[in-house]
Design a protein around this ligand. Structure first.
Ligand code: IVH
Length: 672
């Protein structure tokens, strides 16, 4: 009979062996045992861990795939900000970068590290005392999404580091999908009639953000580590040494990192990889050039808040000629009608291109693009197919100019292009093409505030035809909701209750929630105040609307065209039937210390956010406007006020400091 201590030793040894073989296989791509021998080790470990579950540790190789499916992705704060890189597109721009570096450092003794720029998703992994604790996407640079469980499924991500030199270490890298894995994935998805990923980068980003780690695990992601974030008391003196340390810790570092002494050598590296990039089984969209000395990096970084010690050289994209077979109109989620060129398919920068956006009518006119034209195409930013120019010599006289349709090709509602704008829009609030965005806005905090109705749920409701427009939310049944992914009794009830509660939102919020173009939160308040109900607003003419304070011609025009569309009137009826408030409930007569007073806010207040201050004023009976006029009673001026301050001075409007404003809000009784 073995003692627990002996078992523990055996487990440790198995784990160490498996870690080594993972490293040989995933990082070095050079395994020293067969798959079946590896499976044998793994099985032995799993058996022991099953028998002695108290000996399972989170860094055990058996813990790479957790069965847990999360409800949503949490967030992680980066200890050190994840900045992005400035781009260079020519040798000239690289030289300018180097010259700036030399100038700011006051020396030409600068070494550069050249690396490939992997085209995937940036991640940051933190290790504490050698254990992998958390991993996150870049997010906004300060906080990213928690993808720890998904990163664990990537075989080349070390779950532990032997003999770590540092107590805390943030390691940065790029998760990507190998091209072969990407093609295989799309072939499988095609068979199952699932939407295809546009490129390996999107596929990697999508796979990394899965709620179920098991799905991520099936996607064959990989990672290259290219740097450090925050490290407690870092000793390395150069970026190159830091990469060597990572390699020593068995992180997967690219083999194509090279040290260069001059910008000419850097350029040679860029040129070489521009020519040879297609030999790799992953997409790179350029090279990254970094100042090697960490001390020099620090000096450069201190000059501004941007990253100044590195630059990305972007490889130019390929250009090809092809023919425009047709021009169709695509309706986006915001109702924007975008002309789209249908092309004779051509291979450009690694993928087949058969359509290209033409942006808008003006763009077509400017480039003089006609149906039947031969054109030069490329991929803007290596992603979006774009027409560079027409080749007029190839014209036969058979080409036809394009005209924007008067109605939306999806729902048939009137199209409308406001004066001075480039974009033509569909006015149909019930247009299927726009429903996702409309619903998201409808449910959002400042609008109907429907808790639990986020992008994932909306997508499913639409895909399963459970709803067609915002009014359909109110006819959803309990059974409908149970068919959604991860929905159980409790979540279904919660959502139904949240939808029910939204019927109580005051009219101005409903008006805002409808998503009429140019009708933001504040304008919705103004309109509700002035017209009192949807029925009155609907009757208002362009002139009547334009007479209202703060309603300019653009807003007036947008409202009129909204109510001109029959389908929108039908939608209002549906909402009314559902019990949503389309009329202002006459609020208790506006009383309070600020009754009848109109305020304008400018500059930053110390104690209140703009929103809070507005709420307070309204709660005390006052009104808030966005611009100063003769009707303004008070302008509250905070730090760094804008032109409203000057205007207030000019019109002689009373100006309040934050203290004076506060005194009005909370008048104290004086005894003298
Ligand atoms: S350095 C700290 N090195 O490119 C500065 N970035 O805008 C940025 N990228 O999404 C990181 N390969 O994830 C660096 N060898 C490499 C890179 C690389 C790809 C990505 C990075 C970020 C973007 C930079």
């Amino acid at each position: 009979m073995e003692t627990l201590e002996q078992i523990r030793k055996k487990i440790d040894k198995l784990r160490e062996d498996i870690r080594y073989h993972d490293y040989r296989y995933y990082v070095l791509d050079n395994p020293v045992i067969s798959d079946s021998e590896y499976d044998e080790l793994m099985r032995e470990l799993i058996d022991l861990e099953n028998k002695y579950p108290e000996l399972i540790t989170p860094d055990s190789p058996t813990q790479r795939i957790s069965g847990a499916v999360r409800e949503e992705i949490g967030t992680v704060r980066h200890r050190q900000k994840m900045l992005s890189l400035q781009n260079a597109f020519s040798f000239q721009e690289l030289k300018e970068f180097a010259d700036r570096v030399y100038r700011e450092l006051g020396t030409r003794q600068v070494e550069f590290v050249c690396e490939l720029k992997f085209d995937g998703s940036a991640v940051s992994l933190s290790y504490e005392n050698g254990l992998f604790m958390a991993g996150a996407t870049r997010g906004d640079g300060e906080t990213g999404e928690d993808v720890t469980a998904n990163l664990k499924t990537i075989g080349s991500v070390p779950l532990r580091i032997e003999n770590p030199k540092y107590e805390f270490m943030e390691v940065r890298g790029e998760v990507y999908m190998p091209i072969t894995a990407f093609e295989k994935l799309n072939r499988e998805r095609e068979k199952e009639s699932l939407p295809l990923f546009a490129n390996p980068r999107n596929a990697a980003a999508g796979s990394l953000r899965q709620l179920a780690p098991r799905i991520t695990a099936s996607r064959n992601l990989d990672i290259f580590f290219y740097g450090l974030g925050y490290v407690s008391a870092l000793q390395e003196k150069t970026h190159f040494d830091a990469l060597q340390l990572l390699k020593q810790y068995r992180f997967r570092v690219s083999p194509y990192v090279e040290l260069k002494k001059t910008i000419d050598e850097v350029w040679d590296y860029c040129q070489k990889w521009e020519a040879e990039q297609r030999q790799l089984d992953y997409e790179v969209d350029g090279a990254v050039i970094k100042v090697n000395s960490l001390e020099q990096q620090r000096i450069l970084a201190e000059t501004t808040r941007n990253l100044r010690w590195a630059i990305a050289y972007k490889f130019p994209g390929e250009e090809r000629t092809t023919k425009i077979v047709d021009i169709v109109v695509n309706v986006g989620r915001t109702g924007a009608m975008t002309p789209l060129a249908i092309l004779e398919p051509v291979q450009v920068s690694g993928s087949r291109v058969s359509r290209a956006t033409l942006h808008n009518e003006d763009e077509i006119r400017r480039k003089d693009v006609r149906i039947g034209d031969t054109v030069l195409v490329h991929k803007a930013g290596e992603v979006i197919p774009e027409i560079i120019k027409v080749i007029p010599e190839k014209r036969t006289g058979q080409e036809r100019p394009f005209r924007m349709p008067e109605r939306c090709p999806i729902c048939g509602a009137l199209a409308y292009r406001p004066e001075g704008e480039a974009v033509t829009r569909c006015t149909g609030a019930a247009c299927p093409a726009q429903q996702f965005e409309k619903l998201l806005h409808f449910a959002s905090r400042g609008a109907m505030d429907i808790d639990g109705l986020g992008p994932a749920v909306i997508t499913q409701l639409l895909q399963r035809n459970l709803i067609k427009d915002v009014a359909d939310l109110y006819t959803l049944r309990f059974e409908d909701l149970l068919t959604l992914d991860n929905f159980k009794e409790k979540s279904a009830n919660n959502l139904l209750n949240a939808i029910e509660r939204s019927k109580d939102r005051p009219f101005p919020r409903v008006l805002f929630a409808l998503g009429i173009r140019h009708v933001g939160e504040h304008i919705a308040d103004v309109l509700a105040e002035e017209f009192g109900s949807i029925d009155e607003l609907k009757k208002a003419s362009l002139e009547e609307l334009s007479m209202v304070r703060e309603i300019g011609p653009k807003i007036a025009e947008s409202i009129v065209s909204f109510f001109e569309e029959k389908s929108n009137l039908e939608l209002m009826e549906k909402l009314k039937k559902a019990g949503v408030r389309l009329t202002s409930v006459k609020e208790e007569v506006k009383a309070g210390p600020l009754a009848g007073k109109n305020f304008v806010l400018t500059g930053r207040l110390e104690k209140y956010s703009r929103g809070d201050a507005e709420e307070l004023i309204k709660a005390m009976g006052g009104t808030v406007s966005s611009s100063v006029s003769k009707n303004t009673d008070f302008v509250v001026v905070g730090e760094e006020p804008g032109s409203k301050y000057d205007k207030a001075l000019k019109l002689g409007v009373t100006i309040l400091t934050e203290e004076e404003f506060e005194a009005m809000l909370y008048p104290t009784t004086s005894f003298t």
